[in-house]
Design a protein around this ligand. Structure first.
Ligand code: GSH
Length: 203
């Protein structure tokens, strides 16, 4: 059995969506976390070494870090067609996208949202490169990895839905977001997400 340690409206929401897409049997352990404004508290039930979410427990195997959890889930449920198996031609691109979202895209968005890119040419260049890569893939589309919807769309799409106002206006981006967010699995995941914290508390 899989257990997702999850806090409403957080980085674990996208793993909830991915588990639904995968058709995985799973339980949710709703956890408290320390939110961005300092509210909330570390939850003793959460096995994440830093008290964060997501954390995924599979029997006695613990996986943390969103990209690792996404890879674990798609490898565990290859029949769902959301990843790329070892040895497949798409494996390299798949791993690259997952690592890029965590290592380049998210930090670039955070820097933009916090205002840190202002007056910092290196951060601005990093943000610009992220936008170019993202928009280039979407223009080829219809999904980030081409013809097929994958976990990469879930991971990037959930972040972009949240950071939409900090990315240049784009009809292609809007159409992609609408297409992926409309998926039935996302509706189920949204219903299971839990009570949102007040907006100032979103971590
Ligand atoms: N790099 C981690 C970041 C996880 C993370 O920061 N999660 C936030 C929620 S969005 C959290 O649990 N914050 C609680 C804390 O910082 O103690 C991942 O992607 O899994």
């Amino acid at each position: 059995m899989l257990t997702l340690f999850h806090a409403p409206w957080s980085r674990s929401s996208r793993l909830l969506w991915l588990l639904e897409e995968a058709g995985a049997p799973y339980d949710i352990c709703y956890c408290d976390i320390v939110r961005g404004d300092g509210s909330g508290a570390r939850d003793a039930r959460n096995p994440h070494p830093d008290g964060k979410v997501p954390a995924l427990l599979h029997e006695d195997v613990l996986v943390t870090e969103s990209a690792a959890v996404a890879l674990y889930v798609t490898d565990l449920f290859p029949g769902a067609g959301l990843g790329a198996p070892v040895g497949s031609p798409e494996r390299g691109a798949y791993l690259t996208w997952l690592a890029w979202i965590a290592g380049e895209m998210e930090p670039a968005f955070w820097a933009k949202i916090s205002g840190a890119t202002e007056g910092d040419p290196a951060l601005q260049a990093r943000y610009d490169a992220v936008v170019v890569r993202l928009f280039g893939a979407l223009e080829r589309g219809p999904y980030l990895m081409g013809q097929r919807f994958t976990a990469v769309d879930v991971m990037a799409g959930s972040a972009l839905a949240w950071a939409r106002d900090h990315v240049p206006a784009s009809a292609v981006l809007d159409a992609w977001l609408e297409r992926i967010l409309d998926r039935p699995a996302n509706a189920v995941a949204t219903a299971r997400d839990g009570t949102p914290p007040v907006l100032s508390q979103v971590a």
